[in-house]
Write a protein that binds this ligand. Structure first.
Ligand code: ZN
Length: 166
């Protein structure tokens, strides 16, 4: 598995760390360790990783576009609990938001509904999800059992509650 992410446990936001490139530039030289807290300053000074930020010919365009966003993400969450994760971790969880969606069509995650769309009522969230194109629907709605939808409802309520107390 090659998908790699920086995830802020404090804000429950995450961003693509750059797929195999993150593996070779950060993980292989032990600058980061999978499922461990990230030393943000160590990543910030990993020059081989950031070299692709300036769009050299050897690096893919998606990577050149991604890295400035990763930099912004790491700066924003530098004093939070940032962990280096792989993809499977997020599939299990209802409570995460990807900061930069690749497709420009964000999946309607619970946190997206609350933080980006300002939804506060569960019925309202269900209405939006039901009306959405199938590809944009969250997995708990599109493929889930009734128990998954019930879990999503609980997670949704918790996100609302957390935001009130912050
Ligand atoms: Zn954060």
């Amino acid at each position: 598995m090659n998908c790699r992410y920086f995830a802020c446990e404090t804000c429950r936001h995450y961003i693509d760390a750059g797929y195999r490139f993150a593996y070779w530039m950060l993980e292989d030289p032990n600058i980061v360790t999978l499922d461990h807290a990230v030393d943000v300053s160590a990543v910030m000074t990993a020059s081989e990783y950031w070299r692709a930020e300036h769009g050299t010919e050897e690096h893919a365009q998606w990577l050149c576009r991604l890295l400035p966003k990763v930099r912004t993400f790491l700066n924003r969450h530098a004093h939070h609990e940032v962990v280096y994760r792989q993809e499977e971790y997020f599939y299990e969880d209802l409570d995460w938001l990807e900061e930069e969606d690749h497709s420009g069509r964000p999946e309607l995650t619970l946190r997206w509904l609350v933080e980006r769309m300002g939804i506060t009522e569960w019925e309202q969230a269900l209405t939006i999800v039901t009306a959405a194109d199938r590809v944009d629907r969250p997995f708990w709605f599109e493929y889930g059992e009734p128990s998954d939808i019930e879990q999503a409802k609980i997670a949704f309520a918790k996100i609302i509650e957390d935001r009130k107390s912050n």
